[in-house]
Ligand binder design. Structure first.
Ligand SMILES: [Zn+2]
Ligand SMILES: [Zn+2]
Ligand SMILES: [Zn+2]
Length: 151
């Protein structure tokens, strides 16, 4: 009997053998989920011709609505981490990419568009996130290089 992971309907929760029901993770398709931002189309500039941030304690002002919106994102952090148990939020998509690639590497590597690029030492096969790490590794810590130097 193989359970179909897509139809959890006929599977009572008590059958989950102590395992927690999978939290609702989503697949990355080029954009992380973002909560909607306030609509600023109707916002008018102040008497100084600038658009003012309305967050308490913030004196930020910008020349245009789009700039203000970008600034507001730093307050609202609308981009949500795809891991529901993480709760991390970010102002920009870019930031979230960095977050999942460093904190949820296994998940990121399952997403074709987020896969952390790996480079391998051609001597011992050790994986590295960046190509330039390999040279450092071969100079200081590659076991193959170390072994050769000993001979
Ligand atoms: Zn502000
Ligand atoms: Zn996270
Ligand atoms: Zn090596």
């Amino acid at each position: 009997m193989s359970a179909d992971p897509l139809s959890g309907a006929n599977q009572p929760a008590s059958d989950l053998h102590g395992e927690e029901a999978a939290p609702t993770e989503y697949q990355y398709n080029g954009r992380f989920y973002e909560e909607s931002m306030p609509d600023i189309k109707g916002i008018d500039p102040g008497s100084d011709g600038k658009f003012h941030c309305w967050e308490e304690g913030c004196n930020h002002k910008d020349d245009g609505r789009r700039h203000l919106m970008k600034h507001l994102r730093t307050h609202y952090k609308p981009v949500k981490c795809p891991k529901p148990d993480c709760g991390r939020r970010a102002a920009e998509q870019r930031e979230m990419i960095r977050h999942v690639q460093s904190c949820h590497v296994a998940w990121a590597n399952k997403q074709p568009k987020l896969k952390v690029q790996e480079f391998f030492c051609d001597l011992c096969g050790a994986p590295f996130r960046r190509k330039d790490y390999i040279r450092k590794h071969q100079r200081y810590s590659c076991p193959i290089v170390k072994g050769e130097q000993r001979e």
